[in-house]
Design a protein around this ligand. Structure first.
Ligand code: SAM
Ligand code: SF4
Length: 350
């Protein structure tokens, strides 16, 4: 059994305060205030994770459809200045394959937000110092197996040493706390959750276990392949006793190791959905605003950005407000009426 909540340290540190007086909270029809922007900076990727992309056959969007660094900066500024957003996470596809990623980070780092990046880690050895210098605060690195053969099966790439080196490079560059994201799938890597817990303790990183969601391009997702968050916690707790942390907040449930050596997180998007407290909005690399990861409709902010006739700031603010006002209550994965979005995870931005 996991022990009840105890005291905990405040981490990550609060982002700098946003100038007050000019911002209006971005509230939807269910009273949820949105403060977290996920920006996909590219739909391209150098991996082909089985739960995300097909082995081949997924064509890239044309370069001219991708928002430029300047356009990304403009849109992000609206979210911060008009709506008081406090965190921005860059994702993809694989953000580190974007040639001007450091420029993107430099522009966004001028905003008073907690700026983070989700990456497969394969290019971090080279990039981590430059990203930290540009103002990036934290990284999450995705890693689904510590075994070379399984890693290759999961990603269709032979890159485990590069990812492990990338995690260490991120720690060395001070992109802390470094978090390692593990998508757990039944019969593939569910026997590695304790190994990952041990890895986190030894490497000084926080491992977060994520339930497999129906966003794989191959459309092989099935409920039986989801390993529920509670089962992941129980497996780890048997070997490394866990204590529920008072810091738990959606989406991750945070559990501290009872001996004080670090913590783990579990994200039960399927079995423990956190939709009722969701504060996220997403921008795809081609400039489409989505109110939910599973949204089936998008708002074209790129068209607004590139229309020379518009009053840009007012038009963007109106489009953003309208999109979020129409946000639904939740993804409804467990309902019979659930419809998958047309785009898969790498095309949306996880
Ligand atoms: N390429 C980067 C990476 O892998 O971290 C960023 C983009 S990736 C789409 C963002 C996150 O989504 C990763 O942590 C990845 O493991 C996760 N992800 C991808 N497909 C998923 C799925 N079907 N269910 C749950 N998580 C998924
Ligand atoms: Fe690429 Fe990330 Fe998707 Fe893997 S999860 S295929 S690294 S975008």
């Amino acid at each position: 059994m996991v022990a009840p909540a105890g005291t905990s340290t405040a981490w990550p540190p609060s982002p700098p305060a946003v100038a007050s007086g000019t911002t209006t909270p971005l509230v939807d029809g269910f009273g949820r205030v949105h403060r977290d922007l996920r920006i996909s900076v590219t739909d391209r990727c150098n991996f082909r994770c089985t739960y995300c992309m097909p082995e081949d056959g997924l064509s890239w969007q044309p370069p001219e459809s991708q928002l430029t660094a300047e356009e990304l900066g403009r849109v992000a500024r609206r979210f911060v200045e008009s709506f008081g957003f406090t965190s921005i996470r860059l994702t993809g596809g694989e953000p580190t394959v974007r040639a001007d990623l450091v420029d993107v980070v430099t522009r966004l780092a001028s905003l008073p937000v907690d700026l983070a990046l989700t990456t497969n880690g394969s290019r971090l050895t080279r990039l981590a110092p430059a990203l930290a210098d540009a103002g990036l605060r934290r990284v999450n690195v995705s890693l689904d197996s510590l075994r070379p053969d399984r890693f290759q099966t999961a990603t269709r790439r032979d890159a485990l040493p590069a990812v492990l080196d990338g995690i260490r490079a991120a720690v060395a560059a001070g992109l802390a706390p470094v978090k390692v994201n593990v998508v757990v799938t039944r019969g593939f890597n569910d026997d590695e959750v304790v190994d990952f817990a041990r890895f986190g303790r030894e490497e000084g990183v926080t491992v977060r276990f994520i339930e497999f969601m129906p966003l794989d391009a191959d459309r092989r997702w099935a409920r039986r392949s989801v390993v529920p968050a509670h089962e992941i916690v129980e497996r780890i707790d048997t070997v490394f006793p866990l204590v529920t942390s008072a810091r738990s907040s959606s989406p991750a449930r945070v559990l501290r190791f009872a001996d004080g050596i670090g913590e783990v997180g579990v994200i039960g998007s399927v079995t423990e959905p956190f939709c009722s407290s969701c504060d996220r909005v997403r921008l795809t690399s081609d400039g489409q605003l989505r109110s939910c990861l599973f949204a089936t409709a998008e708002t074209d902010l790129r068209a607004i950005l590139r229309d020379p006739r518009t009053d840009l700031e007012a038009a963007l603010d109106t489009a953003i407000r309208k999109t979020i006002a129409g946000k639904w209550a939740g993804h409804g994965i467990s309902e019979v009426s659930f419809t998958r979005p047309t785009r898969s995870m790498s095309q949306i931005g996880g």
